[in-house]
Design a protein around this ligand. Structure first.
Ligand code: UD1
Length: 430
């Protein structure tokens, strides 16, 4: 049993604080294995993906201590290049150990990665890039093995600006011989974070945030203390929840400069969004205009990770709308769950056609993946009566306390966990 019971809640009001970024923290934690010393990271969110990452780091020989939202990663004695199946199979991020392990150990054994089921999510870009840098990679029985005498710099052009593949290449290239150039690199803020961290540790990377990266290999990296940026996707989820309920709230610790695509869409629907210090004020009381067409894309376009929460909002919004998903082909499974609540959505290929002004009603639904789960929680706030979101453990992968955060804004909900999930939740907090 792992459910969230959500009740129709009316307009959300008040203030909520945004956690540190999952997708920024995970690659920076991976990068810590390149540094023989103690890396100190602050603003690490207490979520299950981070717990799995700590498990991986410990299993390869790192000593990891946690104090509140700070992590101390001692990577002096990395003693194996083999990533354990139990943790790797649970998260997509484990694939970026391919580049990091080749850099640190000259070999790697990586079980096929897990994570949310949102399309094919292959790893051919990662493998091709490592081969271009001199590694020999083989795939057998759901395991990637790789070895290399010395990684060398290379010119690598990505067919798609994959976030994970760009991270893998950066992790491999920082300690490689010579210069690596990455063309069509991902431009997401999480790439800037990884490069900012590595440069602070002595790496030579330029071009982060653009589509061409230049990485000059250095002989070693030194330990640093670093603060992880706030989570733009969690901030965006809460902004949509406030707007969809026609509420008004302060969302504190928000990386507003990373959220232009979302705030443009919300403003088009009539929301008022004001910058306030290190946060934003979202006023959805007059958000009555139709949205029309939204297309997801790579940064700085509308993030695929906010597609499902927006889909929920558009079900109750004025007018009909279309969302086109260009990043992950399998990311409309939330639509079928929303239909159980009375939504009127027609999915054809990569497009969802949404009939607005729907009156949603409570029902039992299943979180199909992390962001889809959060979208169903928002749907529960809008639906009459009680909605039960099953498989809520998906949501714990990325949201430290979605119930507590939304309750602070006036939402009515109850979290139910089974014993092992209680144990896991306790392990995260201790
Ligand atoms: C990361 C994020 C995820 C986000 C996504 C897109 C993390 C932990 N996860 O996922 O939240 O939704 O970026 O912003 O940071 N592809 C290939 N071959 C490859 C790699 C990717 O074809 O080797 C394709 C994928 O199938 C997908 C597209 O590239 O269609 C984008 O994937 P990618 O950017 O790699 O996403 P992730 O890094 O897995």
């Amino acid at each position: 049993m792992n459910t969230i019971e959500v009740y129709e809640s009316g307009p959300l009001k008040g203030e909520v604080f945004v956690q540190g970024s999952k997708n920024a923290a995970l690659p920076v934690m991976t990068a810590a294995i390149l540094i023989p010393g103690v890396t100190v990271l602050h603003n690490i969110p207490l979520i299950t993906d981070i717990l799995y990452m700590i498990t991986i780091l410990r299993s390869v020989g790192c000593v990891v201590e946690r104090n509140g939202d700070s992590l101390y990663i001692d990577a002096c004695h990395v003693n194996t290049s083999q990533i354990p199946q139990n943790a790797a199979g649970k998260m997509r991020s484990s694939i970026i150990f391919l580049g990091a392990m080749l850099a640190r150990m000259h070999r790697a054994g990586i079980p096929y990665p897990g994570g949310c089921v949102i399309g094919k999510r292959p790893f051919d870009f990662h493998v091709d890039a490592m081969e271009r840098m001199g590694a020999v990679v083989a795939a057998k029985e759901k395991m990637l093995t790789a070895n290399v005498r010395n990684l060398h710099g290379a010119d690598i052009t990505l067919r798609f600006p994959s976030v994970g593949a760009t991270e893998s290449i950066i992790l491999a290239a920082v300690l490689a011989d010579g210069r690596t150039r990455v063309f069509n690199a991902a431009r997401e803020p999480e790439i800037q974070e990884l490069c900012g961290f590595l440069n602070a540790a002595g790496a030579k990377i330029s071009g982060a945030g653009g589509s061409e990266l230049l990485i000059d290999g250095v002989s070693s990296l030194k330990p640093v203390e670093y603060r992880i940026r706030p989570d733009r996707i969690v901030a965006g989820t809460y902004a949509i929840a406030v707007a969809a309920t026609r509420g008004n709230a302060h969302i504190l610790n928000t990386p507003k400069e990373e959220m232009g695509a979302l705030t443009d869409v919300l403003c088009k629907m009539g929301c008022e969004i004001k910058e306030e210090g290190r946060g934003i004020f979202v006023d959805g009381r007059n958000a009555s205009a139709p949205c029309g067409y939204v297309r997801t894309g790579v940064y700085p376009e509308f993030p695929t990770d906010l597609q499902s929460p927006l889909l929920t909002m558009l079900c109750v919004q004025e007018g009909n709308s279309i969302i086109e998903e260009t990043v992950f082909e399998g990311r409309f499974r939330t639509a079928f769950e929303l239909e159980k609540l009375g939504a009127d959505i027609c999915v054809k290929d990569r497009r969802a056609y949404i009939t607005g002004r729907c009156r949603l009603h409570g029902a039992d639904v299943c979180a199909p993946e992390l962001r889809g789960g959060a979208a169903l929680v928002i749907a529960g706030l809008l639906a009459s009566g009680k909605t039960i979101v099953h498989d809520a453990w998906f949501i714990d992968r990325g949201y430290a306390d979605i119930c507590g955060d939304l309750e602070r804004l006036g939402a009515k909900m109850t979290r139910n966990r089974g014993q092992w999930e209680e144990d896991l939740s306790l392990a995260i907090r201790n």
